[in-house]
Ligand binder design. Structure first.
Ligand SMILES: Nc1nc2c(c(=O)[nH]1)N[C@H]1C(S)=C(S)[C@@H](COP(=O)(O)O)O[C@H]1N2
Ligand SMILES: [Mo]
Length: 253
């Protein structure tokens, strides 16, 4: 993918890309870079969907590439009282609820998710604001959960409902992906980061990883997954918290 945003940056902005890969450098102060990212993004969302193919894998890295510090962004400490109570108790009472257009609505405790076959991947998280960090994620492939709940024939999207709301807005964070992306092998619900239980700033106890897309797709503090035929009736109707505020729904990198 020669027009991939990563390649574009690495070729055209070699020095910046080096910094970028080394840690979590803040490049958003550069207006010209934001322009490059903005226009590349439009090309990419078009290209990615047509050329990359449903099974293409995001690049995976080695242990040596893991960022020493991984920036936490957006909500970092939800103030919802029910969430706070669960966090205080090590999430022993937390349950992931899966509902909507499925044959078997189910709930999963953290222990049940941890007992399922896991996948670990070291990937780069790219935030639309212009920073990246590399981290190691372990969790349950979403495909395995879908197999258990059995989506019905009308189900097209998985919607992730989160525990947090950002200060200035009224609705809780939410995100959605289509079922093709949901069944992609690198789409996992992660409960570990860098070999430790997922910390609260990064979305404890469970966060989505959708490795071919930008950071805002990767819902943290996931409480429920709803299978729907359309996202029109959820939130502002554009499929996600930031999508309702103008970002692209397909946030291909
Ligand atoms: N629930 C929830 N998920 C979220 C956010 C948020 O504010 N709330 N921010 C998003 C954005 S913009 C990014 S870049 C990543 C940040 O993940 P991190 O804190 O692990 O870096 O989470 C995404 N998922
Ligand atoms: Mo982000």
């Amino acid at each position: 993918m020669s027009l991939d945003r990563r390649n574009l940056l690495q070729r055209g902005l070699g020095f910046a890309a080096t910094l970028w890969l080394g840690g979590c450098d803040q490049l958003s102060a550069e207006p010209w870079l934001q322009q490059v990212l903005g226009s590349a993004e439009k090309v990419n969302s078009w290209l990615q969907r047509r050329l990359a193919g449903p099974g293409s894998l995001a690049r995976e890295y080695t242990e040596a590439d893991i960022s020493r510090q991984f920036k936490a962004n957006g909500s970092t400490d939800p103030d919802d009282p029910a969430y706070r109570a669960m966090a205080a108790n090590g999430f022993a009472d937390w349950r992931l609820r899966i509902h909507g257009l499925i044959e078997r609505p189910m709930e999963f405790s953290l222990a049940e998710l941890r007992a399922m076959p896991a996948r670990t991947q070291i990937t780069r998280h790219d935030c639309v604001e212009g920073w990246s960090c590399i981290g190691k994620w372990t969790g349950v492939p979403l495909a395995a959960l879908l197999d258990q709940v059995a989506p019905g024939p009308r189900a097209r999207f998985a919607v992730f409902h989160c525990a947090d709301r950002l200060e200035q807005w009224d609705d809780n964070y939410y995100e959605s992906i289509d079922l093709g992306e949901a069944r992609h092998p690198q789409t996992i619900l992660a409960y570990e980061m860098n070999g430790r239980p997922l910390p609260v700033p990064h979305g404890a106890p469970l966060r989505l990883r959708v490795e071919r897309q930008l950071g805002y797709k990767m819902a943290k503090y996931v409480m429920a997954i709803e299978l729907v035929d359309s996202v029109a009736h959820i939130g502002g109707g554009r499929g996600g918290y930031w999508e309702d505020r103008g970002y692209e729904w397909y946030a291909g990198i």
